[in-house]
Ligand binder design. Structure first.
Ligand SMILES: [Zn+2]
Length: 344
């Protein structure tokens, strides 16, 4: 009898040692069937009870039962410990590393052209100019003829455009037809308007020119308006747009709808007239074209040129934005690449 009790003790110690080695649920399952299963080694010992005397049987049975209960409790604890360890391992594998830098949230921004347009609006509305909307689809008459360019006029060669299937109906090549609409609406009242919008050119797309871009036209018509008013208004604009104290210069130019005509330059904001690639080493940046409204155009607009005079100007806000933000290719404006906004 003592033999059996000793065997049970040995088996229990062996089982406990083996359980401590079990590293996963699979090993525990094997261990369970080895010792406590139907064909397990502890179960096998129960079978010898039959050969024992009535006196011995309860004592041996008690020892075996105690061993069985102890092992069952041990395996349950081991199982729970393993499950905890596995969960812990999984959790730490999925853990968020708070030391990593976060992903930046990108905020929406206005397009550089829109920002420039809004600056232009603010400057001119402060000088009493109104914003006037005019159509992007124009007739040949408004786009050319009323601007002093009858059919066959050589200046038409400067502007080729996109034609619609309706004869004489085209996409405007400049915002200059807008002033005709404004004059015909307000004549003989004095006018001060700016006319922003998209214009179209049928020409090679390059880093400097697109087939669609923005222009802002300006027009002032009234009595006693002189070239001094033109210079004053545009110099004031340049100072506000590019900073106080910018030098400006006016060069003679030609437009069919103004006489005299000029181009206005400012000293290069990037190199302060030392010369750089943006100003093509001239020290000057061309920012707009302007002139006194041609008497014929005034007449087309409904004003008597012997009584009224006026000035007009036109600028490209896309080009101003390119210079201002140091962007070297106008095509970026239409490619939907958000990296453009890192510049502005
Ligand atoms: Zn320069």
């Amino acid at each position: 009898m003592n033999d059996i009790i000793q065997q049970v003790e040995q088996l229990r110690q062996e089982a406990e040692a083996s359980l401590a080695q079990a590293k996963n649920t699979e090993a525990i399952r094997t261990w369970h069937s080895d010792y406590l299963g139907r064909k397990g080694r502890l179960t096998a010992l129960l079978r010898v009870l039959g050969s024992l005397s009535n006196e011995e049987r309860p004592r041996v049975g008690k020892v075996i039962n105690e061993a069985k209960i102890a092992l069952e409790q041990a395996v349950q604890e081991r199982q729970e410990a393993l499950a905890r360890a596995e969960m812990e391992a999984a959790r730490s594998a999925e853990r968020v590393d708070v030391t990593l830098p976060g992903r930046p949230q990108t905020l929406g921004k206005l397009h550089p052209t829109s920002m420039t347009l809004r600056e232009i609006y603010a400057i001119f509305t402060a000088m009493g100019f109104q914003i006037y909307d005019s159509p992007e689809v124009e007739t040949d008459e408004y786009n050319f003829q009323l601007l002093n360019m009858p059919p066959g006029h050589p200046a038409r060669d400067m502007w080729d455009t996109f034609y619609t299937t309706t004869p004489e109906l085209i996409l405007r090549t400049h915002t200059s037809p807008g002033p005709i609409h404004a004059m015909r609406e307000y004549a003989p009242e004095p006018i001060r308007v700016i006319l922003p919008g998209k214009v179209y050119r049928y020409e090679q797309v390059t880093a400097r020119s697109e087939s669609m871009f923005y222009q802002v036209e300006g027009l002032a018509v009234g009595k006693h308006i002189t070239f001094c008013d033109l210079k004053g208004v545009l110099t004031n604009f340049a100072n506000q747009m590019y900073g106080e104290g910018r030098e400006t210069r006016f060069r003679k130019s030609y437009f069919p709808f103004t006489e005299p005509s000029v181009e206005m330059d400012i000293d290069c904001v990037l190199c302060n007239r030392k010369g750089c690639p943006v100003c093509k080493y001239t020290g000057w940046l061309e920012i707009l074209g302007a002139g006194m409204v041609h008497p014929t155009v005034l007449q087309y607009g409904g004003y008597d040129p012997s009584e009224f005079s006026g000035f007009a100007f036109g600028m490209g806000p896309d080009r101003i934005a390119l210079q201002k933000y140091g962007i070297d290719d106008i095509r970026y404006f239409f490619t939907n690449d958000a990296r453009l906004f890192e510049r502005v």
